[in-house]
Design a protein around this ligand. Structure first.
Ligand SMILES: [Zn+2]
Length: 299
């Protein structure tokens, strides 16, 4: 699909220039077509030269509902980007403090465990823990957080880090039919925030606080039903599996009976299990991660 932002800027220009350009009616028809295209048309496989896996010294902001979604879906690419000296920032909506049925677990303790596991996973991928920002919302409750406040929080982080790319859950996908509130909400809030970050009159209080507007050039959406960008992560497969295994509390018996004894051994067993699981996606003999790459969300 042709980038929506380009269509819209052509249309707005045409309206300003009057009858010598497109008529207003034609411009409005174009807008309707763009809106329909957004709903029904997948973007084609990306064939350009700007391959993110070749980036050096750029800034990438990864937005995730829970501490692990980004590891499972993009951990291989993030490991490559970190090794190449890119600045990777992780922004996490929730503390993930509700995913346990251990009768002795508390929300406070689980949040602490999840924080440690995320920091360990990021360390394996080459991302320092001071690059992780926690918005601190309760697990499963993102839909009930004030939407304006939540969008402002993410907009502020985008304007603060001024990323060359944003990663987030794809807004609108089959996971909405079954998956968690936080995934649904987080996906849409992130793209709303990308738009708000690009326009200075959205959230004028942010500009007053020094957060100048910033247009995100490109987004990579994970958990996508319409991937158009494949990254070969075969050479960092083990790193990804080790990082995923750090989220130890989310697997097997640890969910119902958490026990942090012999954690290293547990993670090693998990690493082996994960290597054979659907978390590791294979295609034509290679290990891959897939994304929907789009330049249409930056404002
Ligand atoms: Zn999640």
């Amino acid at each position: 699909m042709y980038p929506v932002s380009c269509w819209l800027s052509v249309t707005a220009e045409s309206i300003r220039n009057g009858p010598q350009a497109l008529s207003v009616v034609a411009a409005l028809l174009l807008l309707v077509n763009v809106a329909n295209a957004q709903v029904v048309t997948a973007e084609p496989e990306y064939k350009g030269q700007d391959r993110i896996e070749n980036w050096r010294d750029k800034t990438v902001l990864v937005v995730t509902p829970h501490p692990d979604d980004e590891t499972f879906s993009a951990g291989g690419l993030l490991a490559k980007l970190a090794a190449a000296g890119n600045n990777i920032q992780i922004l996490i909506y929730t503390t993930d403090n509700a995913g346990s049925n251990d009768p002795t677990m508390t929300r406070e303790r689980l949040a602490e465990i999840r924080r440690g596991e995320e920091e360990d996973a990021c360390a394996v991928l080459g991302i320092p823990k001071d690059h992780i920002t926690w918005l601190g919302h309760d697990d499963g409750m993102l839909e009930y957080v004030d939407r304006r406040e939540l969008t402002l929080q993410v907009t502020r982080e985008i304007r603060r880090h001024r990323p060359d790319a944003v990663f987030s859950i794809d807004p609108g996908a089959p996971y909405e039919q079954w998956h968690k509130s936080d995934h649904r909400s987080g996906a849409f809030i992130t793209v709303d925030a990308m738009r708000a970050a690009a326009w200075r009159l959205y959230f004028p209080e942010l500009e007053r606080q020094g957060y100048k507007h910033h247009r995100v050039p490109v987004a990579f959406f994970y958990y996508s039903a319409q991937p158009n960008y494949t990254v070969d992560i075969t050479d960092v497969l083990d790193q990804k599996a080790r990082a995923a295994a750090c989220h130890t509390s989310q697997f097997g018996n640890m969910v119902t009976s958490y026990d942090d004894k012999n954690l290293d051994e547990k993670r090693e067993s998990l690493r082996k299990l994960l290597l054979a699981s659907p978390v590791i996606k294979r295609k034509e003999g290679r290990v891959v991660e897939e994304f929907r790459r789009s330049t249409a969300y930056g404002g």
